[in-house]
Design a protein around this ligand. Structure first.
Ligand code: GYE
Length: 310
């Protein structure tokens, strides 16, 4: 899926910036909001945006980036589906002197000069925040005895999946080595269908789970369907903490089915367009431009819902 929009004037008399953007896919509510934000911000900035959706496949992203290199765009931005395997194509961009900006997700590379900056969240910290807010959720629910956690991981090999698990484990190992245990953990690929299916299997193999940590709201929402189908109450029999803070997550939270959400802001478009302009003009930018976000408990959900922007 490819499309190209804009191409008008840059508003300052110069030639419009052509930005090639390779999106991960459309796996979640977060992703849809992110795509809208990028498209709207590119339009507002007067850029010529070339956008492609990789449908969560790395090979599609690599070929989109290659085509942007061939077309000679001014700047390439992409949200890498997984962390590894980018060096070759990034070297091709560098050879053609096309700067690369990462958005949302990071890469692992042996050569730091292969990208200019990352605009996105601190996923390790989100994992820590999820564990911290789970402490509150457990205290509030008055859960006694061993905490048996099921973890629904994001896409295998993706930065947010790796780092959210890492941050969560860090707090767990430091403060809850004796009272918390992750009894099952598997990927649900950041999708509702994945969350639903994997949670159903978890409930079969480990019927005594009393906590779910989902790496995103969509998987939590899918899991809720399986929990209810198993005759249990989400948010009561199984306490749920997830990450993102999309509207449907807030709806589930206001219904009492999710206990807490760690926010991860997808509205990166305006910041990205800003950075792209600076990079195009040869200005220096920070290596990591972090997103600011908050944490929400269930009792804040109803009040926060109307003002949620995604
Ligand atoms: O949490 C999830 C999406 O990379 C931060 O990707 C993003 C994650 C987000 O599919 O919902």
């Amino acid at each position: 899926e490819d499309d190209s929009t804009g191409g008008g004037s840059s508003g300052d008399g110069g030639k419009a910036i052509t930005l090639g953007f390779s999106q991960v896919g459309s796996e979640s509510g977060w992703r849809s909001a992110n795509t809208t934000s990028v498209k709207d911000a590119a339009k507002a900035a007067g850029y010529n945006l070339k956008f492609s959706d990789a449908q969560q496949k790395q090979e599609n992203q690599i070929s989109a980036i290659r085509s942007y290199i061939t077309q000679g765009v001014d700047v390439i931005a992409f949200s890498p589906v997984v962390v590894t395997g980018w060096d070759a194509v990034l070297k091709e961009a560098k050879a053609k002197k096309i700067p690369v900006v990462l958005t949302d997700r990071s890469v692992e590379t042996s050569d730091d000069s292969l990208y200019v900056t990352l605009v996105g969240s601190d996923f390790t910290d989100e994992g820590r925040r999820a564990a911290k807010i789970l402490e509150k959720v457990i205290a509030k629910a008055g859960l006694k005895g061993p905490v048996k956690i099921a973890q629904l991981e994001g896409t295998t090999g993706a930065a947010p999946a790796i780092e959210r698990a890492k941050g969560f484990k860090e707090v767990m190992d430091a403060d809850h080595a004796s009272d918390w245990k992750v009894v099952v953990s598997q990927t649900g690929d950041f999708t509702r269908a994945g969350g639903k299916q994997v949670m159903a299997a978890f409930l079969q193999s480990n019927p005594d789970i009393n906590v779910l940590f989902a790496h995103n709201d969509d998987m939590a929402i899918g899991a809720i369907q399986s929990i209810e189908a198993a005759g249990k109450k989400p948010g009561k029999d199984i306490l749920i903490v997830s990450i993102d803070g999309v509207k449907d997550g807030f709806v589930a939270m206001s219904e009492g089915k999710i206990n807490a959400i760690v926010e991860c802001n997808p509205l990166l478009g305006p910041q990205l367009m800003d950075v792209v302009k600076k990079v195009k003009n040869g200005e220096s930018v920070e290596r990591w431009i972090k997103t600011k976000e908050g944490d929400f408990m269930q009792d804040q959900a109803a009040a926060a819902l109307p003002s949620r922007k995604y």
